[in-house]
Design a protein around this ligand. Structure first.
Ligand SMILES: Cc1ncc(COP(=O)(O)O)c(C=O)c1O
Length: 392
């Protein structure tokens, strides 16, 4: 049957307006906008990693295609990073350089998922994860989770178990979590992995914030646990750890068998990650240790300052606060829209909680690393009174 002028069914479920158009409203009333709605950093990466430092004279054919798997030197640098961070030497055949974790998850979902399949998506979640699953015609099964970890009697295993059906094929785990700022405990991870093993699920381990944790030992990676190595696919990225979001470089690795299929699928998606920025990424991995430590400390200060100013719980990691604002909403309000409008009127952009899960209509997300400290101060000064007003 001809489709013109319609589009595919599953494309209807995906909106490019993940982040609302509050910006226009904010711009109409303010000279200065504080964009705390997009997850990024105000920090420039280490000098040697920057785009302007990648030279044709040093890298002949700088603008040609890279090998599909990635530049050999970058794979070496990533192996060295994992060795240093986790004490494990990855077999290079298991590694695929991707255009960030976004493309990594997209390519892997394309390999694993059939239309109608279900993926367990503990919420709140990184907004794009839901859309990536949906673009494959699969169903992201949202399970309110990270915000409930401290509830008395919270049972991670029972909760996930009750969401499994005969169409469930994968479980997505993101710790430290965007947006809740939670770092999952070993016991919670154990419970999640028991469900994955019991039902033969693939594990999608999103490591985007693996280096952004506060006042704790480096969290152990989920994918490293020996009993789930055969089913764990991990997504790493330079975007958060090294402040290189625009470079679009990340790494996916998993069991050897599936990496061949993933590499094949990658060929038909983007072929290779940008070659000039793969050289930049090598320098970030080689020289970025002090930068990462400094960022961790700056981000912790920013996160704690923001949480204290808004009466929220301090984050354990990541770059976001996720706050229930129902006390500040009109009791008849369906969502936090009016509250976000008030923030935008004062020049501050926040993300509606619903982007992070259907159950979070009365929550908002704030990124505390997207603007420098003086701007964060100013934004918190504007938000403080709004977060203290009973309802608007
Ligand atoms: C949890 C999580 N995973 C993945 C990504 C995307 O990373 P990348 O820039 O590597 O595509 C983000 C970006 O915000 C994120 O928050």
């Amino acid at each position: 049957m001809p489709r013109f002028p319609n589009i595919s069914e599953h494309a209807h479920g995906v909106s490019h307006r993940v982040y609302s158009s509050l910006a226009e409203r904010a711009r109409a009333k303010n000279e200065r906008i504080h964009a705390l709605h997009v997850g990024d950093t105000y920090r420039d990466p280490v000098a040697a990693a920057r785009a302007e430092r990648q030279l044709s004279s040093e890298h002949p054919g700088l603008h040609r295609y890279a090998p599909v798997q990635g530049e050999p030197g970058l794979i070496d640098a990533f192996i060295a990073y994992v060795e240093g961070r986790h004490g494990e030497t990855l077999n290079r055949e298991r590694i695929q350089v991707m255009l960030g974790a976004t493309a990594g998850l997209s390519v892997v979902c394309q390999v694993l998922l059939e239309p109608g399949d279900e993926v367990l998506l503990p919420s709140p979640f990184w907004p794009l994860s839901r859309g990536i699953i949906a673009t494959k015609g699969a169903v992201p099964v949202q399970i309110p989770f990270y915000t409930r970890l401290d509830e008395p009697g919270f049972d991670a295993e029972a909760l996930l178990e009750s969401a499994v059906t005969d169409r469930t094929v994968a479980l997505y785990i993101n710790t430290p979590n965007n947006p809740s700022g939670r770092v999952l405990s070993d016991a919670t991870i154990d419970a999640m992995l028991r469900v994955a093993k019991r039902h033969d699920l693939w594990l999608l381990c999103d490591e985007a914030y693996e280096e952004i944790y506060f006042d704790m030992e480096p969290p152990a990676a989920v994918w490293m646990r020996s009993d789930i190595r055969d089913r764990a696919i991990a997504f790493h990225t330079l975007s958060k750890t090294y402040g290189l979001a625009g470079a679009r470089v990340g790494f996916t690795h998993g069991p050897e068998g599936i990496m061949t299929a993933i590499r094949g699928m990658q060929t038909f998606h983007t072929y290779c990650a940008p070659r000039p920025m793969q050289f930049g990424a090598v320098e970030a991995l080689r020289q970025g240790g002090a930068w990462v430590r400094e960022s961790r400390s700056l981000y912790r200060d920013a996160g704690y300052q923001a949480a204290d100013a808004l009466g929220a719980v301090r984050p354990q990691g990541g770059t976001f606060l996720f706050i229930d604002v129902s006390a500040h909403l009109d009791p008849s309000a369906e969502d936090c829209g009016a509250f976000l409008d008030r923030c935008a009127d004062d020049g501050v952009l926040l993300t509606p909680g619903r982007s992070c899960g259907a159950d979070y209509a009365s929550w908002v997300r704030l990124c505390f690393t997207s603007v420098p400290p003086d701007q964060l101060d100013a934004a918190l000064g504007k938000l403080g009174p709004l977060f203290r007003t009973p309802s608007c």
